[in-house]
Design a protein around this ligand. Sequence first.
Ligand SMILES: [Zn+2]
Length: 280
Amino acid sequence: MDHSLSHGMKGLPPPSSSHMGGHDNYSNSNNNNDDDDDDDDDDVAANANIEQEDDLEDEEQLSAASSDVGSSESTSTSSGDDTTWIMWFISLQGNNFYCEVDVDFIQDDFNLTGLSAVVPYYDYALDMILDMDIPLEKLSDEQQELVETAAEVLYGLIHARYILTSRGMQKMYVKYLDVDFGRCPRVYCEGQPVLPVSLSDVPRTYSVNVFCPRCKDLYYPRSSKQCNIDGAYFGTTFAHLCLLLNPEILPCNNNSPYIPRIYGFRINKDSVYHTTTPHS
Ligand SMILES: [Zn+2]
């Protein structure tokens, strides 16, 4: 099964190269392991307290990624292909923020209301997501690429709606417990798991960020590939609704402030160090 697509999202900084580039996706999965591995190493170095735990996660992720690559390669070359487009798409390196949207949800037209006006080649894109046969011979190479990009956009927009349903919320909750969205980089948050969030629900406005429930602030995802994902595919609501519906995962509010010191002494509160607020 040919599950290639082109990535059309123009993300916000930090800038990075597009992670989906047409027909090389399967082979890219191999290379991407190295990339994420580097990111993980940085994270481990910065969070000594969770070093061992992260090592275990890294091994699990690499192991999972390796098996994904293996299965993708085997399914792409064998006749018995049972990998769906959705399974393939969310298994791409950098796409692990997505959960698997139920086919039943996608097949219900009510859930897709309004999306046909937003996504070009809507019918083709929907058929691609649902693994329906598409008469690709009727499309030029350029049009096929547009359909592939449209399928990614459509899946993202459906995903944003799905994760607000009880079933979608539950899937994302499990991913949060598995720390699939990463951890807060702030030292005093001690490796607090984060949730994906956006500053806007409008597509192509902001790239996805992660929200830390402990310091209640936003950060860029640690993987440059995740930084390229459109924030609208996760939306402004999910992270906070998930925390309200699952209050047991709200961390206790022991948000220790960092106290700067010079030679062991606190800096005078009247000094320019404290009185200058360039970001206000
Ligand atoms: Zn934090």
